[in-house]
Design a protein around this ligand. Structure first.
Ligand SMILES: [Zn+2]
Ligand SMILES: [Zn+2]
Length: 104
């Protein structure tokens, strides 16, 4: 069935639909290293990649979606984010959940 999605393809990382406000462009080879090819990902997926990998790691190895998805941290993230709303964005800056956060 066709939904009116902005992007025709789902996010290659988490496979959820992309919407206009949740999408961002990732350079498979970082711009720093003159990479030109981009893929469209969710903001949250994109940000995750940049917390897991350094730009140099992306340049040296993690410059295809398949390789990114090989990574254990990325796979855990995908499982987790798959249950979230496609527009979900982890706004850790203004979290209101401080009280409920309990660590032993
Ligand atoms: Zn995604
Ligand atoms: Zn990026």
């Amino acid at each position: 069935m066709d939904n009116d999605l902005i992007e025709e393809k789902p996010c290659p990382i988490c496979d959820r639909p992309l919407t206009d406000k949740s999408a961002s462009e990732h350079h498979l080879i970082p711009k720093t290293f003159k990479g030109k090819e981009t893929v469209t990902l969710h903001n949250i997926c994109h940000r995750k990649l940049h917390t897991v990998f350094t730009e140099r790691e992306m340049l040296n190895y993690y410059h295809t979606i398949d390789r990114l998805l090989e990574n254990e941290d990325v796979r855990k993230f995908v499982k987790w984010v798959a249950k979230k709303d496609p527009d979900y964005y982890d706004s850790s800056k203004d979290t209101k959940q401080r009280k409920s956060k309990r660590r032993k």
